[in-house]
Design a binder for this molecule. Structure first.
Ligand code: NDP
Length: 253
């Protein structure tokens, strides 16, 4: 285990699979105590077990981050039970694609609730703790890493609401970055291209097939590739802030 994050606490939303799970492992491997948040308890427990087997410390918190009360509760429980909060990774998200004309409104609502409101609720609850950690923590700096997407840069036909949510995360992150820079709370944006995770699996079958077709000739990234980038961001020295990282599979146009 490395020690760059020794003495710090990181909360990762959407830690039950994909990028969030890989990030939990990566930050724990750097010495952070991790709070793992998602709705699927069994998957969180499995990951926490893996982290403990590797000598790390993990707390599992089952919650739906699109619920204001639950989002606040996981942040407060982390700070209370683990003593502090130095790093928030706002990763939980859903991507439900397809033409706007016949889209179920429920899919649009879910994306706004998780990708936008979930991020806002966690950020709002976490900011006072991050400011405190930056003032008196072991590293004298704190981090909020928000997971956007290439879709937060480039809008495409058939992904309008996902584009809306991720563009919004980008704008919110840049505004927070400016507001908190002087207090040594770094706010970073990560924009992955196609990563092999469960993300596309929640789409309607025909849409899922179209997404798979689109990327059939591309070697997708692994969740660990993005976790690696997140780990890089939060282990920079205090005077270095990685504001934004756009990461595509080599073959993705
Ligand atoms: P996964 O589907 O594997 O992971 C999504 C995670 O979010 C799961 O742990 C899920 O856990 C959690 N989640 C979903 N809804 C909620 C909720 N209401 N409350 C709490 N947790 C929730 O996908 P990825 O790892 O790929 O996605 C992670 C992030 O990366 C997302 O923000 C996504 O938009 C972004 N991204 C992914 C890309 C890709 O190609 N895979 C590309 C660009 C960005 P549970 O169901 O247990 O609650």
């Amino acid at each position: 285990m490395a020690d760059r994050l020794n003495g710090t606490v990181a909360l990762i939303t959407g830690a039950s699979s994909g990028i969030g799970a890989a990030t939990g492992l990566a930050l724990a491997a750097q010495g952070a105590t991790v709070a793992l948040v998602a709705r699927r308890a069994d998957r969180l427990e499995e990951l926490a077990g893996q982290i403990r087997d590797q000598g790390g410390t993990a707390l599992t918190l089952v919650a739906d981050v699109s619920d204001e009360r639950q989002a606040k509760e996981v942040v407060e429980r982390t700070a209370t039970e683990l003593g502090r909060l130095d790093t928030l990774v706002n990763n939980a998200g859903v991507m439900l694609l397809g033409p706007a004309a016949d889209a179920p409104l429920e899919e649009w609502q879910r994306m706004v609730q998780v990708n936008v409101l979930g991020v806002l609720y966690c950020a709002h609850a976490a900011l006072p703790h991050l400011v405190r950690a930056a003032a008196d923590g072991p590293r004298q700096v704190a981090d909020m890493v928000n997971i956007s997407s290439v879709a937060g840069r480039v809008a495409r036909s058939g992904s309008g609401v996902y584009n809306l949510t991720k563009h919004g995360v980008g704008a919110f992150s840049e505004s927070l970055r400016q507001e908190f820079a002087g207090r040594h709370v770094r706010v970073s944006l990560v924009e992955p291209g196609a990563v092999e995770t469960e993300l596309t699996g929640h789409n309607r079958p025909q849409i899922r097939e179209q997404i798979n077709q689109r990327f059939s000739s591309v070697e997708r990234m692994q969740a660990e590739d993005i976790a690696d980038a997140i780990s890089y961001i939060v282990t920079r020295p205090r005077h270095v802030a990685i504001n934004e990282l756009l990461i595509r599979p080599t073959e993705q146009e």
